[in-house]
Structure formats: structure tokens, C-alpha cells
Design a protein around this ligand. Sequence first.
Ligand code: VG1
Ligand code: CO
Length: 547
Amino acid sequence: MSDDIVIKTVATKPYLDQMPGTSGLRKKVPVFQQENYPENFIQSIFDVSGDVKGKKLVIGGDGRFYNDQVIQKAIRLAVANGFGHVMIGQNGILSTPAVSNLIRKYKALGGIVLSASHNPGGPKQDFGIKYNISNGGPAPEKFTNAAFERSKVIDQYLTVETSDIDLSQIGKHQIGATTIEIIDSVADYAEMMEDIFDFDAIRAYIQSGFTLQFDAMHAVTGPYAKEIFEKRLGAAEGSVINAVPLPDFGGQHPDPNLIYAKGLYDLLMSDNAPDFGAASDGDGDRNMIIGRGMFVAPSDSLAVLAANAHLVPAYSAGLKGIARSMPTSCAADRVAEKLKIGMYEVPTGWKFFGNLLDHQMATICGEESAGTSSDHVREKDGLWAVLLWLNILAVRRQSVADIVNEHWRHFGRNYYSRHDFEGVDTEVANKVMQRLRGELASLAGTSIDGQTIEKADDFAYHDPVDQSVSAHQGIRILFDNGSRIVVRLSGTGTTGATIRIYIERYEADEDKLALDTQEALAELIAIAEKIIQVKAITGFETPTAII
Ligand code: VG1
Ligand code: CO
């Protein structure tokens, strides 16, 4: 293509709702289809990125509806703004952790991930744009706030007139001074996994008869999982199911939990169960782990992985520290204590782990929402978590259930559950939070149903690296016996508000480690309603989801 491209300045008017949430800007597809809507947001990001001239940018998405069109727009904006090199996954596909890796490996200025993660896709469903900075991690609040401010006053963006790039063919295109490179979506990622894990050990274990099923949920991990589990590790063909990314994820929520991955759960609880089952979400950053007859709650998974990571090549020297999001159970804290390493508690959202990872304060991080990862990238990483489990299993040669039960016997068990109230009217949800905030000061020291509250506060995070403060990150009610109730509003939904209530109780009694989770937490759940009054205020009789 010729060098003499014409850069166009397009006049635009700002939208006032481009405030990124927990994980980027997430809205319904028709909102993104408004005139100049994605262009405004992407230009706002570039405007607050400093000098982008000649820099590298990574672009990819989870294959959901509208991905293909926004990628073409993003390419044009990147060219017009002067990026020197734009790397795009074949067919526009790149998982979130793969983007993080590419940014770091190829020293890009940043990356754009087109995804609404586990939210459903389709013409009337959800779309999203996330921006990651040069460390490979989600842009921190300082950056997203600046982009939001910019989006409120933006009056023009830069683009070029050019035909669509064919994303199906690997290769390079030149538009003006910009090289557009379509890359293999999987190769760099798979190579990184081979560097971290002992593939020979896992392959040998699979060869000896160990069976697994991985559900890609018609989302981005399909091609990655096929390559890694079936091709490189020798799992039987068909071990990866729903492996083709679809724009509407087959009409399902690509959310790997007991509600949306129920089929996999049922299989693992059945007589035909393979040894191991796992799933990932829309953009490949979450993981679900189920052993034969044993579901592993994400908070427990983090603790077990941290306690066993030294069995795996990349972590054989031990962990520097563990970090978890505030609502995640304290199971990992007990591991950190035993290992005598640092334990950090950050607000919900992966961006808060970035500084701890960059400064080698933490090696492994996790969230109760099925996100786990390490310092190999700056995002949570679904397939990494699955491979870490597989590598540990291949070394220990015990079942998932045996490993988890042994863990509980050693450390005690943190019974844990999240109760979500979805689709609540935003004003009503705010009322729940405001009322509770007003009560906080009087809660400490009081007893409810025989349980004593030691402390109640609105979590504010003081970043130990850059000293930034993030306030109002969720209400914590801490009891003197280690039980906790946490309440916060979701920052990823696209309709109404979601109130999340997290309930946790520690049990050390060896005879009480195999209780039903909801039964084990029943008393605390009743106390939570007394304090929060979520049912009374919203009129909901039960949570819409119990996880
Ligand atoms: C949810 C989870 C949070 C996670 C976020 C993004 O946020 O609770 O732990 O980091 O989703 O995950 P919220 O604000 O709805 O509770 V993903 O897989 O969408 O990148
Ligand atoms: Co996700």
C-alpha cells in the first residue's frame, strides 16, 4: 500500500457515560453502535497515553458480536494517531492473558482487548473495551479516570480512509508509516506456558490414563486449549469441548461457574466423570476447576495452588508473596503465614495487583470470582490456572479431592459463598449501601445472634508502591472469630445494579470439614440480612445467584 495516506479529522460530540468499571468500558452492543462511540473512547485513551508516535499496539478480542467491526475502527485510529506497529490476533482473536503477554514480550505501549468477559454476546447483548498499559496490566485508576475526563470533552478523532484489513491471513500490511501485523493468536502464549510448566510430566501423566475435559464455552480459549491440551499435551481428541469461538457464545453466558457451566459440573459428579474438569470465560482470564466428585471454590483453589506452586518449574524457588482481592476468602492468608511470605489484600479488579507484581512483592494473585494468575503476565489467566493444577496433579499423583481435603486438614477450611442480587434498581441499591454506611460506626463491638463484630468499615486501599488511595471499595464486617461479611456493588454489569454479599466462616474442627457450604454458613447468612437488610429494602426474596 502507498505511503501517502490521508489522515482525517472527524468532528464528534462527547458521550458522558464512558466511565470504565471494574474491568474496562462495558455496555450493551446498541450503545457501542452509536455514531462514533467506540472511536471517541479509543481516541480518549490515545489522547491520555502521551506520545504514541512509532509505538507498538496490540489489539484482540474474544470474538463476540461487533468485535470484527470495532477492530477495523481501532486499526484506523491507531494508524491515524501514528502508531508504528499494530499487532492483531488472527481473526481478531486474542485472550486477555495473551494480550498481556504480547504487550510485555514485544514491548508495546499498550493493548486493546475487545471483550465483555463472561457477559453474554450478540446484537442485543454486551460489548466492552479494556485498555492495558505497557506492563501488560489493566490501566490503573489514574489512567482510566484521565481517559474518562477526556471522553467528556472530546470533539474530534483521527482516522484514515482505507479498506478493511483481512484478519484471517497471518502476515503484514503497510498503511502509511504503520505496519499492521496479523499474528498467530496462540503461538506466543503456548510457548510461554511451556516455559512455566513441566509439559513432559503432564504429558506422561495423561499418557498413563489421566483424563480431562475442558469447556471453552464457545469463547476465546477454544483454539488455545486445543493446541495446548490436545496437541501439545496429548489429551484425547474431544477433551476440549465447545472449542469454536462464536459471536454469541452459542447463546450462553461464557461464565465458568456452577450456574453456566452446570453441564461440566454434572459430568464431573457422574459415574462417567473424567479425572479433571475445567472451564474458562469469554476472554480467557477466569478458570473453573472441578475434580472427579469435587468442585474447587476459587478461593480454595488460590490457597491450594499457592501451597503447591513450588512443585512446578517456574515457582520452584518459592513465592515472594500472595495477594488476593478483599472479598476473596482468607484461605490463602493461612498459606502465606505458613510459608512466611507477604500477604496483600487489594480491592476487586486485577488492576490493583499490577504494582505488587511489578515490584516482586507478590508472585501469585487471585480473586473469588475465579481469577488466578502469577507474575508471568499482568492479568488473570484461566489456562495458566488449569495448567498449574495439572502440573501439581502430575507431580503429586493424587486426586483433586484428596489434595483439597488434605489442604483443609492441614490449614482448616474457610467456608465461603457469594450471594448476588442482580437487576436491582440502581437507586434502591445505592440506598442499601448508604444505609449500611450510616450504620458502620455503631456496629463495632456489638453482638448479633451471639457473634461479635470486631470491626466494620468501608475498605480503602493504600497502594504500598505508589501510595495512591482507592476508597469505597466495599463494606467489611469482621467478626472476632475470623468470620467476615463483605458487601459491594458490581462494576461490570450493564443492566441495573448488582449487590454482591460475600460470606465467610473459618472452621478448624477436623470433623466439620465436609459440611454443605450453605448450611455451614446459614447462621452468618441470617446475620447478614439483619445487618444489611438487602431483602427488606429491595423486596427480593432470595439472591438471584448463589456462587
Ligand atoms: C467482577 C468480579 C471481579 C473481576 C471482574 C472482572 O467484577 O467480581 O473479581 O475482577 O468481574 O472480571 P464486579 O465489579 O462485577 O464484581 V472479567 O473476567 O470481567 O475481566
Ligand atoms: Co474475563
